[in-house]
Write a protein that binds this ligand. Structure first.
Ligand code: ADP
Ligand code: ZN
Ligand code: ZN
Length: 750
């Protein structure tokens, strides 16, 4: 066979070789390859899978050295062209290996060349004459029984189930197939994920409500963007309960009508069953048209979901951050709901930020990207101010419902009273009792991050901070010293409060379990108190069941962590209690105020969504903290002004990018030594705008048996710094026991 040498492709192997190679295309596959095709290639002595990244290779090896790819694993490409470009950008920007990016983009089952699940169907061959069939009866009664059963069926019957029901062996059936009496076919089975889970008995309106004037204006602007088929980013800043979802829906309708597809990202699918149900209710004719993409999918479900998208059957994908890689073609609209949520950041390789990747993908696809939030991230706010994004605002709640009244309970004063508890204060308990009596519902909210290692004065609310970094210091039990996890600064823990001289300076915290118990004790015995926490979440349907019970009014008080803070819409909730508003403030993180503010506003937003006004009680030892005061007044603009000024002063994000360099090793001293050696190694070799801090112990100093130290680079340009760091890392003789990773635009600083 003569092999034409003219068709060449560039292929990126999917295993252990982080570079594209050029291959020749064998004749049978000529003209069938596209960018994003999955192929099998020879690599050294192995055969591996790879992705076609270019049809016009830059490198053309000599004819004698040229290798042929082996086969095309799937007729349709597994990546769209925008995803192939996205992979390249993502690897460069986030200092990740191309391969790890492609692994994140393509489900394992697809990469391995697995096919969608099929089932076998059987039906009688209607051309067979009655007498041929009857002839069988005497010799093989079982086969005759199967034939007479199938004769009565209008549609092909599933083979396995039929044989099982009739108690007939596979051999008997095979025999009939061979004789041509039975026809056998394969049919694709769709494992529609989460079907059962979304059947929570909630009524979901199919019809769009009449939009308010504000919603109409916002929707018109988004529609215009979508129709323009040009890249645009809009920040949809709308207070809680202002009806952002309907605005997204209006834009989605346009995108779908023009034949395009839509990507709808949520911080966590499991926490937003209502939103998913609303999207399905509004857009899916049958349930397969909307694909729900989340981390709990089995390998088979993932494969099916992926295929439905890749083959164009589904044009809407709803999912958490990894759904940003769904192989949607003709992408017209990307929605990033609750864009400020830290959950959009992937905390393992490749450490991408789902929101930022969504923006970049929209650019590659000439799509509209809408970032929605009641409490936008400072990054997005800055992008609006610098003119990169445009802002659309929703300033009113639907039906003119009021934002709830927020009361701050000063826990320093409660601490002095004998009749008050430091977990649930007097005013909060009183409000809870009233709600129970009036058959209205309440939510008690506690922050999950129950670190209680920082020092807090219960008298004046003073928190010990690092003088260089303006973040709180961590108390170390072993030597009673306070340390800064950003710069390494340390000093002795004070015995009395440096601010008010109180000797009572403490470390404290409490969990949801305890709150549940105390609430039960303090409320009338017929009040139903139910807790939702991480344990509940591990049981797939329990969370939904609790939410459904709550909606039906079977629960009086729901106790939970931030997983109940967002996205839920319960009209009968009139009281929200925030048990400890200060916890995020005590986190060792320059974003602590931002988190505290966002959480308070989001939690408060759960109250007063129905006809009755809501009330919020916020318990705090630092009632005058700006984030708490701004949240009390729902003063987003005031908060942003204040916080941006603070960030600017320290040149923290969003004024510069932050790259975190984490060193992990089993030996404490050795890990620190190498982190310090590294700092020497890079001395004078980084661009002048880069500021390096550390190394210092990471807040979680030891994790899974490894000690952790980190180093911070503040820079104006990630794309300039990352290649330099990558090159320096290649040169650096890192100990083989030490693992170091770069986390670009780090979110978690723990
Ligand atoms: P947000 O996401 O901004 O907090 P939602 O989109 O959840 O708000 O809307 C809040 C509630 O108002 C939902 O129950 C929604 O169905 C309802 N809603 C939204 N728009 C309208 C409208 N134009 N007319 C009536 N109800 C609406
Ligand atoms: Zn410091
Ligand atoms: Zn004090």
């Amino acid at each position: 066979m003569t092999k034409p040498r003219d068709e060449l492709v560039e292929v990126l192997p999917l295993s252990g070789f982080d570079q594209s190679l050029t291959y020749a295309v064998p004749l049978p596959f000529c003209g069938r390859l596209a960018i994003g095709s999955l192929v099998r290639i020879p690599l050294g002595r192995r055969q591996v899978m790879g992705i076609v990244t270019s049809l016009t290779p830059k490198v053309k090896p000599e004819a004698s050295k040229l290798k042929f790819l082996i086969t095309l694993a799937r007729e349709e490409p597994v990546l769209t062209p925008d995803l192939v470009s996205l992979a390249g950008w993502l690897a460069d920007y986030y200092a990740a290996k191309q391969e790890s990016v492609l692994e994140a983009m393509i489900p394992a089952a697809v990469r391995d060349g697995a096919k969608e699940k099929t089932r076998r169907l059987i039906e009688i061959n209607r051309e067979i004459l009655e007498k041929d069939a009857t002839a069988l009866v005497s010799r093989a009664p079982k086969q005759a029984e199967l034939l007479s059963f199938l004769r009565k069926q209008r549609n092909p019957a599933p083979r396995e189930a039929t044989l099982q029901a009739l108690g007939i062996g596979a051999g008997a059936c095979d025999g009939l197939v061979e004789k041509g009496l039975i026809l056998e076919n394969r049919e694709k089975v769709n494992r529609v994920a989460y079907d059962d889970d979304f059947a929570t008995g909630e009524k979901v309106a199919r019809e769009a409500p009449k939009l308010t004037d504000e919603q109409t204006t916002a929707a018109e602007e988004l529609r215009a963007c979508v129709r323009s088929k040009k890249f645009a980013v809009r920040l949809l800043q709308g207070i809680t309960g202002s009806g952002k979802t309907e605005v997204y829906f209006a834009a989605m309708e346009d995108a779908l009508q023009s034949g395009g597809s839509v990507l709808f990202l949520l911080p966590e699918v499991a926490l937003a069953p209502q939103t998913v149900a609303r999207i399905r209710g509004r857009f899916s004719e049958d349930d397969t048209e909307v694909v729900v993409w989340h981390s709990h999918l089995s390998a088979g479900e993932r494969l099916d979901a992926w295929s439905a998208v890749a083959l164009g059957r589904a044009r809407i994908v709803v999912g958490a951050r990894s759904a940003v890689f769904a192989p949607l073609r003709n992408l017209r609209l990307v929605v990033v709901d609750e864009e400020h949520e830290p959950a959009y950041k992937q905390e393992e390789t490749p450490r991408y930020h789902g929101r930022d990747v969504a923006v970049y993908r929209s650019m590659l696809a000439n799509a509209t990207c809408v970032l929605g939030s009641a409490t936008p991230s400072l990054e997005s706010v800055r992008n609006v101010r610098s003119g990169k994004y445009d802002k659309i605002e929703l300033t009113h709640r639907i039906d003119g419902r009021e934002l709830p009244a927020v009361h701050i309970v000063d826990m320093r004063r409660e601490a002095l009273r004998r009749d008050s508890s430091l977990v649930l204060s007097r005013p909060l308990v009183e409000a809870l009792r009233q709600r129970c009596a009036a058959r209205e519902q309440s939510i008690l909210f506690l922050n999950r991050r129950g670190f209680n290692t920082t020092m807090l004065c219960p008298q004046c609310g003073h928190v010990e901070e690092c003088k260089h970094c303006s973040i709180s210091l961590t108390f170390h039990r072993t030597d009673s010293r306070l340390r800064c996890h950003l710069c390494g600064h340390q000093r002795n823990a004070p015995r009395v409060c440096p601010s008010c001289q109180s000797p009572e300076i403490i470390r404290k915290g409490h969990g949801t379990q305890r709150i549940e118990d105390i609430a039960r004790d303090m409320l009338p015995s017929n009040a139903v108190v139910v807790r939702i926490d991480a344990d509940v979440m591990t049981r797939k349907n329990l969370f939904r069941k609790i939410l459904a019970d709550f909606r039906k009014g079977r629960i009086d008080v729901l106790v939970g962590t931030q997983m109940i803070a967002k996205g839920l819409d319960f009209p009968n909730v009139t009281l929200v209690g925030v048990v400890d508003a200060d916890l995020p403030l005590r986190m060792e993180d320059f974003r602590a105020s931002e988190r505290a503010f966002q959480l308070l506003v989001q939690v408060a937003g759960r109250a007063g969504r129905g006809d009755r006004a809501g009330e919020v009680f916020v318990q705090s030892f630092a009632p005058h903290a700006p984030s708490i005061q701004y949240a009390r007044r729902s003063d987003l603009e005031g908060f942003l002004e204040d916080e941006l000024e603070q960030r600017k002063e320290f040149s923290y994000p969003p004024y510069r990018h932050l790259i975190r360099h984490l060193f992990r090793g089993r030996n404490d001293d050795k890990t620190f030594f190498f982190a310090e050696q590294w700092v020497r190694h890079i001395q004078g070799k980084l661009p002048s705008d880069v500021e390096t801090r550390g190394p210092a112990p990471a807040p979680i100093e030891k994790m899974k048996g490894r000690y952790r130290f980190h180093l911070w680079y503040f820079t104006e340009s990630v794309t300039r710094l990352v290649p330099i760091l990558t090159k320096l890392r290649e040169e650096f003789p890192m100990d083989k026991d030490i693992i170091d990773v770069l986390d670009v635009d780090a979110v978690s600083l723990s």
